[in-house]
Design a protein around this ligand. Structure first.
Ligand code: SAM
Length: 207
């Protein structure tokens, strides 16, 4: 992996504000897909397969949360999903996603502030690589659950380090109380070149 890619990896994981985060991704957007291919980023297809186990791809509208350049959208499409909306804080990353012609709609969204969609909109939600250090914390989960229909499922990766540093084990039960149940919590490879693993979660909205 090139020195520039290593530096960008470090910048996005160490970002202290959403603005720092968006600035780093603006620099990275045009080379992100190649960098992730070289890094052995294996989560998107595996997590898309998990979502397909929980909601029927052909008849489910899904929100790709932190969709970036659309690598996750490719995985969702390959798993059979056709109605995919994307949301991300970085307009530069969204511009790359738009070129792939995968998404029904792409919206600039800061997940820590809210998703501009009504309650009970989607059958599924999906997020790879976004619930991680320097990005988005567990506090954003209830907002994603809000836009799911009752019984809808949110599949996400949480990197192993974030799981510990951001206190998921302690926070998930309180966040989920009366709102969602943890249907799946498994460890999988995430970014092979960095020896990163991630928790693969499936959160099912109650009600
Ligand atoms: C590692 S990339 C993952 C992109 C895509 N899901 C993938 O698997 O390739 C993380 C994405 O999260 C987005 N992001 C970071 N903080 C965010 C926030 N507060 N709200 C929305 N998106 C955010 C970044 O702009 C970036 O596109």
């Amino acid at each position: 992996m090139s020195k520039r890619t290593e530096d960008l990896f470090q910048r996005v994981y160490e970002a202290k504000t959403s603005q720092e985060q968006a600035a780093a991704y603006a620099e990275w957007a045009d080379s992100y897909d190649q960098a992730m291919a070289e890094s052995g980023y294996v989560s998107p297809p595996q997590l898309a397969a998990l979502l397909a186990e929980h909601c029927t791809p052909g008849s489910s509208a899904v929100l790709d949360v932190g969709c970036g350049t659309g690598l996750s959208g490719i995985a969702l499409k390959d798993a059979g999903f056709a109605e995919i909306d994307g949301a991300d804080i970085s307009d530069a990353m969204l511009a790359e996603a738009a070129k792939k012609n995968l998404y029904r709609k792409l919206t600039v969204v800061d997940l820590m502030k809210g998703i501009p969609e009504p309650d009970d909109t989607y059958e599924g939600a999906f997020s790879t690589g976004t619930f991680t250090l320097g990005h988005v914390g567990p506090e954003a989960i209830p907002e994603v659950i809000r836009v799911l229909k009752p019984g809808g499922v949110f599949c996400l990766t949480v990197s192993d380090q974030s799981w510990i540093d951001q206190g998921y084990e302690e926070k998930l039960p309180a966040l989920g109380d009366g709102l969602f149940e943890v249907a799946v919590n498994e460890m999988h490879d995430h970014v092979v070149s960095h020896n990163m693993q991630a928790h693969f979660l499936a959160l099912k909205k109650l009600g």
